[in-house]
Write a protein of this length. Structure first.
Length: 213
């Protein structure tokens, strides 16, 4: 099963993608996590991506598409995957579509996690991320067992640089301009499913499972 998560930054794509990956036994592929790992390891790709990410801008398609196509060509993606944060532009979606068509494959579901802008800034300022294992928490809604420490790997949790309110507003604008058109793109392909992302995370997940089967 090949699934794409759509939605504004902070809508809960990553939270749901991890739960989907666990339930269906497919890898969770997050381009944001791949960039953050590269930044942490000081790679050239990380240096280039950071310049855009810190400003709330999208990393250029030329850099993003290749890392995604390389990732989904790996063995563990043979039986499907859940993409979180990719595609974010129409050209990215077109490249993915062409690559899949060549293999005789297609996206089965594009799950749009719908959360109004008003809720987003609050969610993002409460998000805490583990840069080591990629786990995410929310200081009010989904707190870790011990404040500031990752339940999964014991590392320190941080407020991502790009989750500061001024950057979040920029990311929302970029989302509306460049990513929201993907809703029409996947509607036209007959695979778009929208869920109400303002519900409790378990209810969002139940709604997604009802769609995926
Ligand atoms: P995205 O991957 O779409 O950017 P995340 O999954 O990281 O978003 O979620 C953004 C923040 O909101 C995180 O702090 C997360 O813990 C929290 N969150 C996710 N889903 C819900 C929900 N249904 N209700 C409240 N908070 C949520
Ligand atoms: P995320 O973790 O998905 O919120 O992504 C964090 C940041 O990484 C985004 O704000 C972008 O700067 C960059 N990024 C992640 N995925 C993509 C993508 N598909 N295209 C362009 N930039 C991306």
């Amino acid at each position: 099963m090949k699934i794409i998560m759509l939605g504004a930054p902070g809508a809960g794509k990553g939270t749901q993608a991890k739960m989907i990956a666990d339930k269906y036994g497919i890898p969770h592929v997050s381009t944001g996590d791949i960039f953050r790992a590269n930044i942490k390891n000081g790679t050239e790709l990380g240096k280039q991506a950071k310049e855009y990410m810190d400003k709330g801008l999208l990393v250029p398609d030329e850099l993003t598409v290749k890392i995604l196509l390389d990732r989904v060509a790996q063995d563990d993606c043979k039986n499907g995957y859940v993409l979180d944060g990719f595609p974010r532009t129409i050209p990215q979606a077109e490249v993915l579509d062409e690559a899949l068509t060549k293999l005789g494959e297609k996206i089965d579901f594009a799950v749009n996690v719908d959360v109004p802008d008003e809720n987003i800034v609050k969610r993002m300022s409460g998000r805490r991320a583990c840069l080591k294992c990629g786990a995410t928490y929310h200081i009010e809604h989904i707190p870790p067992k011990q404040e500031g420490i990752c339940d999964t790997c014991g590392s320190e949790l941080v407020l991502r640089d790009d989750d500061k309110p001024e950057t979040v507003l920029n990311r929302l604008k970029v989302y509306h301009d460049q990513t929201q058109p993907l809703i029409d793109f996947y509607t036209a392909k007959g695979v778009l499913k929208t869920v109400d992302g303002t519900q409790d995370m378990k209810d969002v997940f139940n709604a997604i499972v009802a769609i995926l089967g």
